[in-house]
Design a protein around this ligand. Sequence first.
Ligand SMILES: *Cc1c(COP(=O)(O)O)cnc(C)c1O
Ligand SMILES: [Zn+2]
Length: 401
Amino acid sequence: MKTTTLTPSAISIKSENLYSQLQCDHCGGIHDKNKIHTFCLKDNQPLIAKYHLSESFSKESLKNKPYNMWRYSEVFPIEKEENIVSLGEGFTPLLSLSNLESSYNQSRLLLKDESGNPTGSFKARGISMAVSKAKELGVTEMCIPTAGNAGSALAAYCAKAGMTAHIFMPEATPKTFQLDCEIMGANVTKVKGNIADAAALMKSKNDGSWFDISTLKEPFRLEGKKTMGYEIAEQLNWKLPDVVLYPTGGGTGLIGIWKAFHEMKALGWIDSIPTRMVAVQGDGCDPIIQSFKKGENSIPKYENPAPTIANGLRVPRPFGDRHVMKSIYESNGTAIAVSDEEIKDGLSEFAKSEGLFLSPEGAAVWVGYKKLRASNWIKEHESVVMLNTGSVYKYAENLYS
Ligand SMILES: *Cc1c(COP(=O)(O)O)cnc(C)c1O
Ligand SMILES: [Zn+2]
């Protein structure tokens, strides 16, 4: 039987933690792993955690581990168990979509449903890791610009860790997210404009005493989000799917899943990586799709991003752009845009067929799948995993009308 109620003290971090160093993939520069870092200031690029990936961490050892994301703790940056700040994140279900499989003639269609995570989204994975590592390095105050879910998660994990959270969110963010943050004791500022405007205001208010954990400007949210890749592999008995579709904003999840697949290959857990990675965005702010069409490796700022009901996808200038594009190109993947109208129709179709009420971001992925299936980019015999990254219930006000 799976146990889901595990406290941090039930999590065992083996002495052979494999974390080796923190590196900028652009210049190769190595950063002292015992100090606090944000990103490579020379190149404006994210820092990536590296591990001594050897057979000493075997997949067989997982059978004694807790059923949450901490079961993969050997390949995490946390060195002391006492620093783990956990609310039970991870090991979400990989659901079989049997009704849609028949209607769309797909041999295997699966949904990794992240809505049951603490605070209702997969952001819990990244924030749990980032707050734990920040605690290990002595941080006491953190700040973040957010489209909603990252703010809720930061507020919760900071409450648990006894830290202070400063949260900046666009005015258009559904109210539940603000309530969430405030009730957990965070300081919330509402900002005119989009997430980039929230980030700019935050920067102007920070005198240097707040640790900025914006997407990929902090190295370890990626390490939390990569656990989705480990779980997908484990839940598919170590045979990766042909296609993964991911609702992409800053791209941490996409990069993280791709990173996990490579780590598992180096660990000898999987033989090959056949998976094509697909980024799905809203058509009112689709900088990744624009760069993909031009075959570019970087992503210029998207001007005048339109509001969308899929708040998490509205990121005009993903900081980890090179990593996002690399994951798509290396995997022979693609990038596709969908409209709010299509998202609403997709939500309703999915709910009626499978009894699952997706978040708008999850429904965007469903629409992306349908388009790629219609063009036969996804073939009948292939196995497909889609991510539903959050719970719909905080977005209710986006869906009235
Ligand atoms: C933040 C968010 C996204 C985008 O995630 P990235 O990994 O930053 O691309 C997608 N869906 C939801 C529900 C989110 O909260
Ligand atoms: Zn660098």
